[in-house]
Design a protein around this ligand. Structure first.
Ligand code: ZN
Length: 168
């Protein structure tokens, strides 16, 4: 396969030693392992070959719903989009204005424990009512995400399945 510049692209594998930072997700800490990356050595463009993106996003979303620290701004946006909800719709469901949700998603406003919990439950409810109930029953997280460091999240492609690494 050729790059737009005309050079031949080389295929390399993203392994657990050199995972691919999946910035297209809008998240800053998600790394993919065991996929092929096409690289143009001339213009340094990288183009990952990502199989089963729907399943991958499902695995990422599940990690975010489960994570023991508060959601970050970009994680709220990822979950909302994953659930197929427009900003206006999610804002309505969690009882804030669209501009408040926008400030939450842009990191311009701290995410309160109740907002964190409501976002998770609302997103989970789109696909799995039991999961939403489970989230609503657990205690709210007390710390604001901005005070915590988000661990990197490695997601591996193993035997044609996306699998989250043990830290998820
Ligand atoms: Zn090129």
């Amino acid at each position: 396969m050729r790059c737009e510049c005309g050079s031949q692209m080389v295929a390399t594998e993203a392994t657990s030693d050199s995972p691919y930072l999946y910035t297209l997700s809008g998240l800053k800490n998600v790394f993919l392992c065991n996929i092929m990356i096409r690289r143009c050595l001339h213009c340094k463009i990288e183009s990952p070959i990502i199989p089963a993106i729907g399943e991958l996003h499902e695995v990422i979303a599940e990690c975010l719903l489960r994570q023991p620290i508060s959601l970050s701004a970009s994680e709220i946006r990822f979950l909302r989009k994953h659930a197929g909800l427009k900003a206006k719709e999610l804002a309505k469901r969690i009882g804030v204005t669209a501009s408040t949700l926008s400030r939450l998603e842009n990191g311009k406003m701290p995410i309160t424990p109740s907002a964190d919990k409501l976002v998770r439950a609302t997103v989970a409810a789109e696909k799995n009512a039991a999961r939403a109930q489970e989230i609503l029953r657990r205690e709210a997280l007390l710390k604001d995400a901005r005070t915590r460091i988000h661990a990197r999240l490695n997601i591996e492609r193993i035997r044609d399945r996306w699998t989250a690494a043990a830290n998820c």
